[in-house]
Design a protein around this ligand. Structure first.
Ligand code: GDP
Length: 195
């Protein structure tokens, strides 16, 4: 599924801009700087595909990528950007809620969590939205290369504890590093196995 990379299709700022829901779809969410762009680039094997940019303007866009002409890979706007104006945040929330609740082909959301920090209060909003929309979500820990083996169990416990409060959470947590490629093949296989 990932062999041919991914092609950028479009950036969507309103519901009427969504491509037709005619393919299986997965989306990626996470707070700004969690490593989302880097992970998407690692998954699709192309550099600078998802632009690593944290400008407030771009945070409003839902970016659609085409995978093997059979799937959409969707890059949701990063959240928790400290400088984003309230109106921007509200617009983002409305669009995101509409997208998550109305997308019949959306099979899974991957919520990226920094392995050094675990689930933070800033993540809870998206987790609640996913629960409300009944979109199964899976936690993907990023930057695993930055934690020691001894810290790993503690962060996994913390994330498991946080996920236990969310009915839409998928129990398996994926540990990844775009630096060492840890977990990248596993994540590709998870996406490819969704039906
Ligand atoms: P985004 O805002 O979520 O798209 O985050 P980026 O992909 O732009 O990454 C934010 C920063 O984290 C950049 O400086 C990346 O180089 C760094 N980063 C991303 N993934 C990893 C990783 O797996 N390991 C390490 N050590 N750094 C990473």
């Amino acid at each position: 599924l990932f062999a041919g990379g991914a092609d950028f299709l479009k950036g969507v700022v309103a519901m009427d801009g969504l491509p037709p829901a005619d393919r299986l779809e997965v989306c990626f969410a996470g707070r700004s700087n969690v490593g989302k762009s880097t992970l998407i680039n690692a998954l699709t094997g192309r550099r600078a595909l998802a632009r690593a940019s944290n400008t407030p303007g771009r945070t409003q866009e839902i970016n659609f990528f085409s995978l093997a002409e059979s799937h959409y890979l969707v890059d949701l706007p990063g959240y928790g950007f400290a400088k984003a104006p309230v109106a921007t945040v509200e617009k983002w929330q409305r669009l995101l809620k509409a997208y998550l609740s109305g997308r019949a082909t959306l099979r899974r959301a991957f919520v990226l969590i920094d392995a050094r920090h675990g689930v933070k209060s800033v993540d809870e909003e998206i987790l609640k939205l996913l629960d409300g929309a009944a979109v199964t979500f899976q936690a993907v820990l990023t930057k695993a290369d930055k934690i020691k083996a001894a810290e790993r169990d503690a962060v996994l416990d913390q994330v498991r504890g946080a996920l236990a409060k969310h009915p839409a959470a998928f129990p398996e947590i994926v540990l990844t590093s775009s630096e060492t490629s840890q977990g990248i093949d596993i994540l590709r296989a998870i996406v490819a196995d969704l039906a």
